[in-house]
Design a protein around this ligand. Structure first.
Ligand code: FES
Length: 322
């Protein structure tokens, strides 16, 4: 694992935000005095002591460089990440994290930001709301959770929605008489010049992608938490490393990343699920079989970059900038 961009932080506090959701405040560990700057929508990777690496969005205002704050949902399907954070991590513990990266940036020049969040998907959206409030830009939030008890930051958001320029619509789909959040209707009534953002569970994001398919791609922004499709492991192609001229055969049953590591090449990587963007590599020739959730349709079609943790190749050879 390449850890060139990591830093140490100490868990200052852990707070309860909703049923199953904790917020962790992370402060720089001396000699570090401030943390690298970030922009709304950014995430950090946590390198957990049980060997897992997990990505979490930063939810605090981007002007803050004295701390990072993340929100973590205790996932019933947890492979160890959220369970470790909820059950083992304690205030005072030191963590290794990556510097922030942003695959979900806010376009703060739009006339209106329409923000759609589901469950813990509220975390990057909350960071965006802080930024929009700071800039005095109008925003409208549609936030869905199963129940009010499971809606993190609901009271804070409702208070922000009372301010000029803000608007908050909450929906709780497991509560009696509740109406489901209608992503198609929200997209269909998107005002001229507005941008629309979504972060939430896969079903919500799939509905969002369908609902926004006819909008200009530059106005549509989304971020996934988890893989939607399996990694490409059919193999049977060659990867040429342009910087050294080496060729590596990608064997069936293995990803490009796994083959690169086996050959002693150490690219940066983190989630290994195609969601964090850490393993992005420039493609100089060939046609990738994109399986990630970082690149949008236009970026995929350009075929000039790929996530090697999950994507494969449609051509016999890929030439990578490695
Ligand atoms: S390691 Fe996260 S996208 Fe590849």
């Amino acid at each position: 694992m390449s850890i060139t961009d990591t830093l140490q932080v100490r868990v200052k506090s852990i707070s309860w935000e909703a049923e199953g959701i904790l917020a962790f405040e992370l402060r720089p560990e001396p000699p570090l005095r401030t943390l690298p700057a970030f922009t709304a929508g950014a995430h950090i990777d946590l390198h957990l002591t049980n060997g897992l690496i997990r990505s979490y969005s930063l939810l605090n205002p981007q002007r803050e460089t004295h701390r990072y704050v993340i929100g973590v949902n205790r996932d019933a399907q947890s492979r160890g990440g959220s369970r470790y954070l909820h059950e083992t991590l304690r205030p005072g513990d030191v963590l290794t994290i990556s510097a922030p990266r942003n695959n979900f940036p806010l376009d703060d020049s739009a006339s209106l930001a329409v923000l759609v969040a589901g469950g813990i998907g509220i975390t990057p959206i909350l960071g965006m709301i802080h930024r929009l409030r700071e800039l005095g830009r109008p925003w409208r939030l549609h936030y869905a959770a199963r129940t009010r008890k499971q809606a993190a930051f609901a009271e804070t958001l409702e208070a922000m929605g009372m301010e000029p320029g803000g608007e908050v619509h909450l929906s709780f789909d497991r509560e009696a008489g509740a109406e489901r959040l209608d992503v198609a209707a929200i997209a269909a009534s998107l005002p001229e010049g507005a941008h629309i953002y979504c972060c939430g569970p896969v079903q919500m994001l799939e509905a969002f992608e369908q609902a926004t398919a006819s909008l200009a791609p530059g106005r549509v922004h989304r971020e996934y938490f988890a893989a939607r499709e399996d990694a490409a492991t059919a193999g049977g192609f060659t990867v040429e490393l342009a910087r050294t001229g080496r060729s590596i055969e990608i064997q069936p049953g293995r990803t490009i990343l796994e083959c690169l590591i086996a050959e002693g090449v150490e690219p940066m990587y983190s989630c290994q699920e195609g969601v964090c963007g850490t393993c992005e590599v420039r493609v100089l020739d060939g046609e990738p079989d994109h399986r990630d959730l970082v690149l949008n349709a236009a970026e995929r079609a350009a075929n000039n970059r790929m996530m090697v943790c999950c994507s494969g190749s449609k051509s016999h050879k890929l030439v990578l900038d490695l």
